[in-house]
Design a protein around this ligand. Sequence first.
Ligand code: SF4
Length: 355
Amino acid sequence: MKNILDYTKAELAQEVDPKFRAQQIFQWIYQKGVESFDEMTNLPKALRQELAERFVIAPPKILQIEGSQDGSKKYLLQLQDGHTIESVLLPMKPEERDSTGKIVKEARYTICVSSQVGCKVGCAFCLTAKGGFVRNLTPGEIVGQVLAIRKEHAIPANRRVNIVYMGMGEPLDNLDNVAKAIRIFSDEHGLSIAPRRQTISTSGLAPKIEKLGQMGLGVLLAISLHAVDDRLREQLMPINKAYNIERIIEAVKGFPIDQRKRVMFEYLLIKDLNDDLKSAKRLVQLLQGIKAKVNLIYFNPYPGSPFQRPDEERAKAFQRYLLDRGILCTIRESKGLDISAACGQLKERSLGDSL
Ligand code: SF4
């Protein structure tokens, strides 16, 4: 049977008669969080029966949750065919209450979703890469991660959630399904997560960055840059042999970005490899002419990893260099650090445990 989560509202409207029922089905699934057609009480019984014969509502099943002291949670999720993926929930801002206890500002969350089982890109610092590539996720399997987490965490439908496609897999290597997920997420009768609150994080598939830009979806872009010279980047990310730094920067310069937004450059600081001021200087040169923001991330060593976490002073000096030259720059502190921040680690560990 087909997973109804794979359908955009427009596609679903082709499947039901009359078409406006698609809107009601979206509201039931995404806003009210029901998991059976029987509960969709404003649909005629015959339609509910027909839907149940043709479709399932199948978000992934949560197998394991690993919590961190900072409030982030990492989820190991099982798909219908038994494969597992992971997603991360990051609480961004707690709710604010006034003196009477009334909520004046809702809490905000970011959910980091996977787009593939495994990954073809093969980054040296990534455990997902070690398992190789298995398959692309369907749109419903991407959207379903958010449904499963919202339900588990009891996040009401009207709470603000941002999506980052930064879990397992290279989202631009599964662009068609990711694009459909973006549309389903942003549907006004569904979760209403506007495209400008969805960020595609890519290892730098330059032609796909260009294609994404041409699709005009309005999403934000994050580039996993990590190195400023091609030799080091090839070692860290073999994909750099196909699309080198210059080619990526060229693609980014042509990407349409909302006036108020910036392209995020992720830079994994690895001790003694790319954490020096010479690299910072080169980074400033590369980003000239781009409305950029740099997110420095401490490398988080995993058992057997060949790289180490940089010293804090080096990271701060790197950040200071960029800030002094007018480039917005943050250091991603330990969000999720005490769980397992590098993608794929929870999955690896659970596999290891079951062997
Ligand atoms: S870091 Fe991301 S792109 Fe690189 S191998 Fe891992 S999952 Fe793939």
